[in-house]
Design a protein around this ligand. Structure first.
Ligand code: SAM
Length: 223
């Protein structure tokens, strides 16, 4: 049987795990990825450049950008209290502006040098992902970067073995997304990576999974 969960269940889940810092397989509190570190390393201390982090989660990507000197807009629909509290004792906090908003309703304003959206777009409506990519490509300054990580070909299982889908989620296949990226970023330099991704279920069995997908990493430079 296929169970359709409402979008609101995603927000409640992340509100709960982030507020209470509950460890989950996604490792939300983990360090920024080596790929993103390589993008950051291409910049000196960047006073005045602007970045946007869509679906900032625990906030490590926003903080890394802020500490590099970027003015960061951090957007997520979770209650921002835990992030504000965390920022109180974090260097670079004055560089971060938090926006509490559903990305399905978000319209980016201004221009950016770095756009980050990691492990988020698969939750959104497909048409909204395409609109956001289009707008952000337009709004990204020359030499700017996009670091976007999206799950494709997603399969989720409930504890009692049913398939779970989230209402209105993008449900990209890798082939569709690769074609889209090649078309949208046709004037950029793009590095694409596709990896198998698995999250184990709670049965403790080695080969029993809750979530299987491909993880597509897009590192695009507006040369
Ligand atoms: C898997 S976490 C990724 C967090 C962070 N980008 C990272 O990689 O560490 C997904 C994040 O996307 C946010 N998110 C999912 N759907 C969203 C939506 N429609 N609007 C705003 N935020 C959303 C969740 O609240 C959560 O913080």
């Amino acid at each position: 049987m296929r169970i359709i969960r409402p979008q609101s269940s995603v927000k409640s889940f992340y509100d709960h795990v982030l507020k209470n810092q509950i460890p989950i397989e996604e490792n939300l509190t983990g360090c920024i990825t080596p790929d993103f570190q390589r993008i950051l390393d291409t910049y000196e201390s960047e006073i005045g450049l602007r970045a946007i982090d869509l679906g900032y989660g625990y906030g490590n990507y926003s903080i890394a950008l802020a500490q590099k000197g970027f003015k960061v807009t951090a957007v997520d629909y979770v209650a921002p209290d835990y992030f504000k509290e965390r920022l109180q004792s974090t260097a670079g906090k004055e560089n971060i502006t938090i926006i509490e908003r559903d990305l399905n309703l978000f319209e980016p304003k201004g221009e950016y040098d770095v756009v980050v959206c990691k492990d988020v777009f698969h939750f959104l409506r497909r048409s909204k992902v395409e609109e956001l990519l289009n707008v952000l490509i337009e709004k990204t300054n020359k030499k700017g970067w996009h670091y976007i990580v999206i799950f494709t070909d997603i399969w989720r299982k409930s504890n009692d073995g049913n398939e779970i889908v989230i209402e209105n989620e993008a449900r990209f296949t890798s082939d569709y997304l690769v074609d889209l990226v090649n078309y949208f970023y046709r004037n950029w330099k793009v590095n694409l990576k596709i990896e198998e991704y698995r999250e184990k279920d709670r049965s403790g069995k080695e080969d029993s999974f809750y979530f299987k997908a491909n993880r597509v990493t897009i590192m695009a430079n507006n040369i």
